[in-house]
Design a protein around this ligand. Structure first.
Ligand SMILES: NC(=O)c1ccc[n+]([C@@H]2O[C@H](COP(=O)([O-])OP(=O)(O)OC[C@H]3O[C@@H](n4cnc5c(N)ncnc54)[C@H](O)[C@@H]3O)[C@@H](O)[C@H]2O)c1
Length: 277
């Protein structure tokens, strides 16, 4: 029997190839959990263009890949900007697989980045509303279900190194991820009595679709070639390489396992030693 056999997980923002959500979903499925892949599904206006988001086609491909590998998976569109949509995704999970044990609030946008003097409210709101308010909706509706069914649960928030320090040119993103640390700690306090463990993962850098956009954006901004930018990044990391999606998935699998039974309210760096607090 695998470590997560019989468990059911819902992951937001998991419908994009190469993404951290996809990697976490595949790892949890490999460890025996039934997983629900959710994502925004369709492009929506200038802030959610097709090049940045997980489409319904990709969501269905990821489900098919998990099933082909012998895992259990289903997909449903969930826009984390909309509380009703998040509530419906939890209800879908329960209808499909009978319960909800693991909620991973992973949906995030990190491509609306500019310095504070040029940042407008529209972009600030979009980033805060996806990266922070969306996690609040996910936490609230997952916890309601976990409390109603009994037996505890796990909530994992995908935060960031940007939850631990400032980054020039990324005020909205940094603020949203710092806020997510506060949400993680407060949720851990409120839900401990229900045996719901709430933790956050703080990756430094993984070249996902989003990570690739950031590499291009920040190298251009700093007047570096892509290779110069990546070399400089690696030189700051004690282990000498950027993260892999599998590194983040391994931490998620650990946090979902019984081995993490005494962990809650933690915001854990998975950064090759670049971040240490
Ligand atoms: N890649 C990195 O280096 C890195 C580092 C630290 C933290 N993170 C965080 O990891 C998470 C996953 O990012 P990723 O790098 O895998 O990028 P990604 O682009 O592959 O994943 C982000 C997903 O969020 C989805 N999303 C955006 N708006 C949404 C909405 N309104 N409703 C539902 N889904 C929505 C996107 O469609 C996309 O599938 C994000 O929260 C990101 O901030 C990433």
């Amino acid at each position: 029997m695998s470590t997560l056999t019989g468990k059911v997980a819902l992951i937001t923002g998991a419908g994009r190839h190469k993404g951290l959500g996809e990697a976490m979903a595949k790892r949890l499925a490999k460890d025996g959990a039934a997983v629900v892949i959710t994502d925004i599904g369709v492009a929506k206006g200038p802030q959610f263009e097709k090049q940045h988001i997980g489409t319904s086609d990709e969501m269905n491909e990821i489900v098919a890949e998990i099933r082909k590998a012998g895992g259990k998976a289903a997909a449903v569109v969930c826009d984390v900007l909309d509380e009703k949509s998040v509530e419906a995704a939890v209800a879908f999970t329960v209808k499909e697989f009978g319960r909800l044990d693991i909620m991973i609030n992973n949906a995030g946008i990190g491509y609306l980045m500019t310095d504070i003097l040029s940042l407008d409210q529209k972009d600030w709101d979009a980033v805060l509303n996806v990266n922070l308010r969306g996690c609040f909706f996910g936490t609230k509706h997952a916890a309601k279900q976990m409390i109603a069914q009994g037996g505890g649960g796990r909530i994992i928030n995908t935060a960031s190194q940007a939850a631990k320090r400032g980054f020039a040119g990324a005020a909205a993103y940094v603020s949203s991820k710092h806020g997510l640390v506060g949400l993680t700690r407060t949720s851990a306090l409120e839900f401990g009595k229900h045996a719901i463990r709430v933790n956050a993962i703080c990756p430094n850098h993984v070249t996902t679709g989003l990570g690739d956009w950031q590499n291009k954006h920040f190298s251009a901004l700093g007047g570096q070639t892509h290779d110069q930018y990546m070399d400089a990044m690696r030189s700051r990391i004690p282990l000498g390489r950027e993260g892999r999606a599998s590194d983040i998935a391994a931490m998620a699998a650990f946090l979902c396992s019984d081995d993490a039974d005494y962990l809650t309210g933690q915001c854990l760096d998975v950064s090759g030693g670049e971040e240490m607090h």
